[in-house]
Design a protein around this ligand. Structure first.
Ligand code: NDP
Ligand SMILES: O=C(O)C1=N[C@H](C(=O)O)C[C@H](O)C1
Length: 254
């Protein structure tokens, strides 16, 4: 995502790339941030987060939960607005982000694409319509490098569906099945994860009834929509003094 974000920022005249951060061990440190595009940006990849944040108005962070949380206090200190796409936060880590949002404005979203966020709205309607008599399963597929499962998007879909049905996802989620599982409990929401190759990101919510099934599917074919969504989120934060937002807020879908 770092590369896609750099490419998208460089192609967007209204925004300026002022810094790129990688940790000390990373071989990119010291190189021009546009080298992978054959471009000279004048911005070197830096392992000094202070130097990166000092001139910045926004920090766009797609890393790992530990990375995002490590960047958080310095971002608050510099009053930098935050767009966070990282997934896999625990509830305690999420609480840390919410606390930071009392100091700086923050968009946190497991998926920044417009299509996925519209799909979230469709799921609310579908879940209410198929409240009884339909079994709900969420299937996601991603590339071989993805480290968290189920994806943040799949979990969000589960939360949306559970909420629409008045269920608590923590109580009804079933993460994979093996062996003699017994018949399906109708209240459960099942998750299945596929990892392989260069799959960008596919998500399907299946409502399976008797005699029919409905599948609501979103498929990403490029990571561009995530990067464009992140810039849209930054633009949304421009006049916000603080607060925790998501892409539903950014896109006016709430
Ligand atoms: N919200 C959205 O729309 C999307 C969210 N994502 C999420 O974004 C995150 C990143 O995905 P992706 O770009 O594919 O992952 P990559 O593994 O390609 O990149 C992760 C980056 O984070 C750095 N990093 C890892 N751990 C730390 C740490 N502890 N502190 C600081 N930096 C760290 C890595 O550095 P190094 O290489 O040196 O380890 C690397 O630069 C994932 O959580 C993914 O699920 C992805 C796409 C869209
Ligand atoms: O790691 C990825 O690639 C993606 N991660 C996000 C997630 O966990 O939902 C968003 C998208 O699916 C791509």
């Amino acid at each position: 995502m770092g590369r896609m974000l750099i490419e998208t920022i460089l192609a967007t005249p209204s925004v300026q790339l002022v810094g790129v951060y990688e940790r000390s061990h990373n071989a990119l440190v010291g190189q021009d941030a546009g080298a992978f595009l054959g471009q000279s940006t004048g911005v070197a990849v830096s392992n000094d987060l202070d130097a990166v944040l000092a001139p910045a108005e926004y920090l766009i962070d797609f890393t790992r939960p530990e990375g995002t949380l490590a960047n958080l206090s310095l971002a608050c200190q510099y009053g930098v607005k935050l767009v966070i796409g990282t997934t896999g936060f625990t509830p305690a880590q999420h609480a840390e982000l919410a606390a930071a949002a009392t100091r700086v404005p923050l968009v946190l979203a497991p998926n920044m694409s417009v299509g996925v966020n519209v799909t979230f709205k469709l799921l609310e309607l579908a879940a209410r319509s198929f409240a009884s008599g339909y079994d709900i399963e969420i299937i996601e597929a991603h590339h071989r490098h993805k480290v968290d499962a189920p994806s943040g998007t799949a979990l969000k879909m589960g939360e949306i569906v559970a909420h629409a049905l008045g269920r608590d996802l923590a109580e009804v989620a079933v993460y994979g099945r093996e062996g003699v599982t017994g018949a399906r409990d109708p209240a459960t929401i099942g998750f299945a994860t596929v990892r392989g190759g260069d799959i960008v990101g596919d998500h399907t919510v299946l409502f399976a009834g008797l005699g029919e099934r409905i599948e609501i599917t979103h498929k990403s074919s490029s990571r561009l929509s995530y990067a464009q969504g992140a810039l849209r989120a930054a633009h949304f934060l421009a006049d916000k003094p603080n607060g925790l937002f998501d892409m539903q807020d950014v896109l006016g879908l709430r």
